[in-house]
Design a protein around this ligand. Structure first.
Ligand SMILES: Nc1nc2c(ncn2[C@@H]2O[C@H](COP(=O)(O)OP(=O)(O)O)[C@@H](O)[C@H]2O)c(=O)[nH]1
Ligand SMILES: [Mg+2]
Length: 419
């Protein structure tokens, strides 16, 4: 009998222990192994309203933080962003937009290098302005190129194929002579000296990109190449700046061209100016190009891998006559004329000097040169991440000092320290 009672006591004890264990485990304060969900989940009453529609999660409004609906539990104050009472800048700049686009000439194989450039341009400028971006190619763009670039650009992207007649040897070019030149330049180890495609590229950028059907919709362009970097915030609309200040062409880096690539370019320019003297404007920047009033070219040019400019100027009769005249001289194929000296000479002779703008505030890199704005206050105010010691502007191989002198502009304060 005593053994039987003990047996029952054990069973009761075990039952009580089981009940206790159940309560402890269901109200355990030990954190679960799951990550807390950060997603907004509507409460039962919110999941459907009377009409059976699901209420929307609040949308992000301009300049405001997303807030949770009032009947969801209050967020832990430690996790709310601490803005120190400062207003966050608006996501998108207010005001009108110019009729402008970015433009990039690229191959499908350039996709990851142009992706980097777009990321920088968007982060530093275009996420606030949402301008369009036109991509041009001598081949069809593939889906990878289109998908990657479309998601990165905040504006509308457009993809154009270059017509064959703008990317081939014109019939007035002697192909044997051109092939011989490429051989010679290869031996002399002149950069891109033996490349046919590079020559088509330079000719296309010199005379055709602004006439592509996709570009005809626009008045302003900003040229972007693969693997460039932007180092400072740009907090104003550079296209509007150009329009408001009557600028037509702009640059950030200028330098001397390799003489071997353009031995007869200046002769061709002089031939053009003698046939079309009406296209040369008074008050131009000849002083930037020549130290002897036009007799010889000093090889200074604006580096055209960056350009913000006016497309109507490039489409003007003056520029078309200039390009056609140079094209017939044959130097795109019998030498290796770059689009940088071709654009620069046109801007310097066919625009008033005040119409060319130096963007000191656009901090830029294209291998191997950096433009880092002179002036520490500017760099700090605009969150710049370039090293001012790498600034090329006041280096002996840069022509930017010459541009300042041509325009009788004082050089920015502190430039001597960067020489
Ligand atoms: N579609 C196409 N684009 C080209 C070709 N060659 C160069 N480009 C583009 O033309 C621009 C200048 O070429 P790049 O290689 O950067 O020349 P670099 O800056 O003078 O060394 C870049 O935007 C290139 O993506 C080509 O054969 N086809
Ligand atoms: Mg380049």
């Amino acid at each position: 009998m005593a053994g039987h009672q003990r047996y029952i006591r054990y069973i009761v004890f075990a039952l009580v222990a089981l009940v206790l264990l159940f309560f402890i485990s269901s109200s355990s304060s030990v954190p679960s192994a799951q990550w807390p969900s950060t997603k907004y989940t509507p409460s039962e009453s919110q999941k459907q309203d009377e009409t059976g529609t699901v209420p929307q999660v609040p949308q992000h409004e301009e300049g405001q933080l997303n807030t949770m609906p009032s009947d969801t539990p209050k967020a832990n104050p430690n996790t709310t962003p601490n803005t120190d009472g400062k207003q966050l800048p608006p996501q998108t700049a207010s005001g009108e937009r110019m009729n402008a686009t970015f433009v990039t000439l690229a191959r499908n194989s350039d996709v990851w290098e142009i992706a980097k450039s777009i990321r920088d341009v968007e982060d530093r400028f275009n996420r606030k302005y949402n301008y369009d971006w036109v991509f041009l190619n001598d081949d069809d763009f593939n889906d990878e190129f289109k998908n990657v670039t479309t998601v990165l650009v905040s504006g509308t992207t457009k993809y154009g194929k270059i017509p064959k007649e703008h990317w081939s040897f014109p019939d007035f070019i002697d192909q044997d002579r051109a092939a011989k030149v490429r051989e010679e330049m290869k031996e002399k180890k002149i950069i891109y000296g033996d490349s046919i495609s590079y020559r088509h590229m330079c000719r296309y950028e010199s005379g055709f990109f602004f006439r592509h059907p996709l570009m005809l919709d626009y008045e302003w362009y900003w040229r972007v190449e693969p693997s460039i970097e932007l180092y400072c915030d740009i907090n104003y609309d550079t296209f509007k700046f150009m329009a408001d200040n009557k600028k037509k062409y702009s640059f950030v880096i200028s330098l001397y061209e390799y003489v071997e690539t353009i031995p007869t370019l200046w002769d061709a320019v002089k031939n053009f100016t003698s046939v079309y003297p009406q296209h040369i404007v008074e008050g131009n920047s000849m002083k930037f190009l020549s130290d002897d009033d036009g007799k010889t070219y000093n090889h200074c040019h604006f580096w055209s891998n960056f350009e913000i400019g006016n497309l109507n100027w490039l489409r003007s009769q003056a520029y078309i006559d200039y390009f056609t005249s140079l094209d017939h001289a044959g130097g795109f194929f019998y030498e290796r004329w770059g689009d940088a000296p071709v654009h620069s000479i046109a801007a310097a002779l066919m625009l008033k000097k005040e119409e060319i703008h130096f963007f000191n505030d656009i901090a830029y890199y294209h291998v191997p040169f950096t433009h880092c704005p002179t002036g520490e206050k500017y760099r700090l105010d605009h969150k710049c991440h370039c090293n001012p010691k790498e600034n090329f502007d006041w280096n002996g191989y840069s022509c930017t000092s010459r541009f300042f002198e041509t325009n009788s502009m004082p050089k920015p304060e502190g430039y001597e320290k960067e020489q």
